[in-house]
Design a binder for this molecule. Structure first.
Ligand code: F6P
Length: 525
């Protein structure tokens, strides 16, 4: 049966609603736990030569965002074993208890499948296949034969999703756990479906962190498997996207690709197999307070002093994972063109590029990294002099160093082909101390919120990037200050907490709608 639906104002971007407050959330949950499920977990383990395990904080925007929400809610976090260290940790965990309590608010449940299946899942199907489809790169970069795609789906993607669902179902049986499950991202499109089969009353929200491709693109690339993706996602109660544009693409894609579906785009609802699935917009953000504290910490100040000695009169900064979707090669080519066409700038502008190694076991990523380094080398050879190196590359995952770099920019270049949000575009303006200018691609989700304070660039328009860089370098101080303060205000208003609080509010309302009058809230399935 289909329940009454409220209008989500899908056309408003970002939503005006602030959700529940931190105190409301604490009061609502008390000691009970909610479940997060994501491929990468909050902790990764390295296995040493003597079989000792060293835990390390999981990297990436998703983990950072979810981790900072642990102060509001007690969470059981279900995550994949991604490495040999993780697998060993899970093995030891099984001997001790099903999930380990890392701290008061966090229980970690690590899910293991055979290494070969996980490789097919992560290194083939999720990345690069799904990732490239979602980031408009499939036409250019996807070269997998159909047999390999199918094999990776069947013997990688499906088993991992099934194993994640089994762990979630197990955790749902805990008496201290509320049946609210927050599933994250493209690695887990089928998880909701497998959970739903055995827990029909659980409330499932799947948040898609990355852009939804143009309607029809997925079907074109994956055929019937794309229908399985949509079918899996539509087993959830709510599907969340970063910005309205991604949500609209999803709604239209359902209409185009899935027989038997009814779509109400203005209210953000998909009617499918007797269920109404809400489609909502929850723009992710940064934890402004925590970020400011980190930016004034000792390690950041130490890195800052070191980096200052590398800066010329003007400093440009890039912070990105080495990933074709980040479009770093085009950014470097634009920098080259900037120096070429403005000879007076060589010697006066430095580019600090903080490039984070990513998915290095995947050949497409390794090749991209090699092309970047070759490009940097040729620019440095062409324009470098005894006292001047145009580009300094920091190829490592060093959060504090990158924060220090973001404090120093006159121009921050965020130029992805496509990006769910891009948190660098939000971190930069918060920690920068020079009223630096943000040059921002229209392909980044952040553009929907930050376009007024930044200089926009079109995807694929290298000349436009060069012009924007030049304009950013030349903007009068007054205009820089105005834009920087506009960006800061916008980001401060839309803090990370609202991202979760809006989701919790929608789940709470749904829970209340579903409950027969007089029945206690949040009973397990
Ligand atoms: O949303 C995409 C995302 O999951 C980000 O949260 C994260 O920064 C990035 O991809 C990292 O990916 P991986 O887990 O493959 O390193």
């Amino acid at each position: 049966m289909v329940t009454t639906l409220r209008s989500p104002n899908l056309l408003v971007d970002p939503p005006a609603d602030t959700g529940v407050s931190g105190d409301e959330l604490k009061a609502l949950l008390g000691d009970r736990r909610i479940i997060f499920a994501s491929n990468r977990g909050p902790v990764q383990y390295a296995l040493g030569g003597r079989h000792e395990l060293t835990p390390k904080r999981g990297q990436g925007a998703l983990v950072t965002s979810l981790t900072s929400l642990l102060r509001y809610a007690r969470v059981t976090w279900v995550a994949s074993c991604m490495s040999a260290g993780d697998r060993e940790a899970a093995r030891r965990q099984k001997c001790a208890a099903q999930a380990s309590l890392l701290e008061e608010s966090l229980r970690l449940r690590m899910v293991q499948v055979p290494a070969r299946a996980y490789k097919r899942h992560y290194q083939i199907f999720a990345n690069p296949i799904l990732w490239f489809i979602h980031h408009s790169l499939a036409g250019q970069l996807l070269t997998k034969p159909a047999s390999q795609v199918k094999e990776a789906w069947r013997w990688g993607y499906m088993p991992v999703n099934r194993a994640m669902a089994a762990a979630i179902l197990d955790e749902l049986a805990h008496p201290d756990t509320v049946p609210w499950v927050f599933i994250h991202d493209y690695h887990l499109y089928l998880t909701g479906h497998y959970v739903r089969q055995r827990a029909p009353l659980a409330l499932l929200l799947h948040f898609v962190h990355i852009p939804w491709p143009a309607p029809g693109e997925g079907l074109l690339r994956l055929g019937p498997l794309w229908r399985e993706v949509l079918h899996g996602l539509l087993s959830n109660d709510i599907i969340g996207f970063q910005i309205a544009n991604h949500a609209r693409n999803f709604l239209l894609d359902c209409r185009l690709s899935l027989p038997g579906v009814q779509v109400d785009p203005s209210n953000g609802v998909v009617y499918y197999r007797g269920r109404a699935v809400r489609v909502r917009v929850y723009p992710i953000s940064v934890d402004v307070q925590a970020l400011r504290e980190d930016a004034s910490s000792l390690p950041v100040l130490t890195y800052r002093r070191r980096l200052e000695s590398l800066c010329a009169e003007k400093t440009m900064v890039l912070v990105e994972r080495v990933d074709p979707s980040k479009n770093t090669l085009e950014s470097l080519m634009a920098f080259r063109q900037l120096l070429e066409s403005n000879p007076g700038l060589a010697g006066r502008v430095t580019l600090l590029a903080f490039l984070v190694p990513s998915r290095t076991a995947i050949p497409e990523y390794r090749r991209y990294g090699q092309r970047l380094m070759a490009c940097v080398k040729s620019i440095n050879e062409r324009f470098g002099t005894d006292g001047y190196q145009p580009i300094h590359v920091f190829y490592e995952n060093n959060y504090y160093q990158a924060l220090a770099g973001m404090g120093l920019y006159d121009v921050l270049l965020v130029n992805p082909v496509a990006d769910g949000m891009n948190l660098v575009a939000k971190e930069g303006p918060i920690v920068n101390q020079r009223d630096g200018v943000l040059v921002l691609s229209e392909g980044a989700g952040a553009h929907a919120q930050l376009s007024a304070g930044s200089l926009s660039v079109r995807v694929g328009d290298v000349d436009g990037v060069v012009r924007a860089m030049y304009q950013a370098l030349c903007l009068p101080q007054e205009e820089r200050r105005r834009r920087a303060s506009l960006l800061r205000n916008t980001i401060e208003k839309e803090d990370l907490t609202q991202w979760l609080f809006r989701q919790i509010k929608d789940i709470t309302l749904l829970d209340a709608e579903r409950r027969p009058v007089g029945q206690e809230a949040m009973t397990n399935c």
